[in-house]
Design a protein around this ligand. Structure first.
Ligand code: DX5
Ligand code: ZN
Length: 223
């Protein structure tokens, strides 16, 4: 299974998204962090900006909603044609109903968990989703160090996905770089968000393929 590398534009130049997107042509999806300054202590952009991003890049967008009232706001992102919409379990009233709504509009549905949220109670819900996002840092800011204990949740989720042969992507987000991506893949992740690790590089295409190669190596060790 080839690993996916999704650069996070949280580390991009916010007034030059068009040229920044052009540097990400070899990415699998582009990860878009929507923050409301309530669910997380940081603010980025909302639906009108994401709608324009959708128009200026042919890449599928991987929307990560770090916002309260996900039930109210997430469907709008599916309606503009976003390829994937991930909301936080901690911010949704009815995660399953919301996932069904997102899928019925035509997007992939993703469920995100903060580092302190146990995964066990959500494992039974996985067939309702196309992706689970195990946050490997506290959501809100780029450039933080990976929290080691979150990898236990990645392992538990991988066991469940494999045991039931579920078609669910296992995404990790936060603190992923060339020093740790191989062992995070070994723990079971197949979809990797990388913000600072991609944007710090002057040759982003090279950096993306390096991260993907290391992840594929880690995955091959675990199977
Ligand atoms: C953090 C965001 C991440 C962030 C990751 O809350 O969800 O997507 O951009 O940045 P790095 O890869 O620098 O940790
Ligand atoms: Zn994110």
């Amino acid at each position: 299974m080839p690993s996916r590398i999704n650069p996070s534009i949280l580390s991009a130049d916010f007034v030059n998204f068009e040229s920044e997107f052009r540097t990400l042509e070899t990415a699998d999806l582009i990860h878009i962090d929507v923050m409301d300054n309530h669910f997380v202590p940081n603010l980025t952009f909302g639906l009108p900006m994401v709608s324009r991003m959708q128009q200026i890049t042919p890449k599928p967008l991987d929307i990560h909603l770090m916002i309260d009232s996900a039930d109210r706001w997430a469907p709008g992102y599916a309606e503009i044609g976003a390829y994937s919409v991930t909301f936080h379990a901690e911010a949704a009233e009815d995660a399953v109903a919301l996932a069904r709504t997102l899928r019925s509009i035509g997007s992939r549905a993703g469920l995100a968990l903060k580092p302190g949220t146990p995964v066990e109670q959500y494992l039974e819900l996985l067939p309702e989703f196309d992706q689970i996002l195990i946050m490997t840092v506290e959501p809100g800011f780029g450039g933080q160090a990976l929290i080691e204990h979150t990898l236990e949740k990645v392992r538990a989720t991988r066991r469940k996905i494999d045991a039931e042969q579920l078609d669910v992507w296992l995404q990790v987000d936060g603190g992923i770089d060339e020093s740790n991506i191989e062992r995070v893949a070994e723990a079971g992740a197949d979809t990797f968000v990388a913000g600072s690790a991609v944007f710090k590089s002057s040759d982003r295409a090279h950096q993306i393929s390096k991260l993907r190669d290391l992840a594929n190596l880690g995955f091959s060790h675990s199977h």
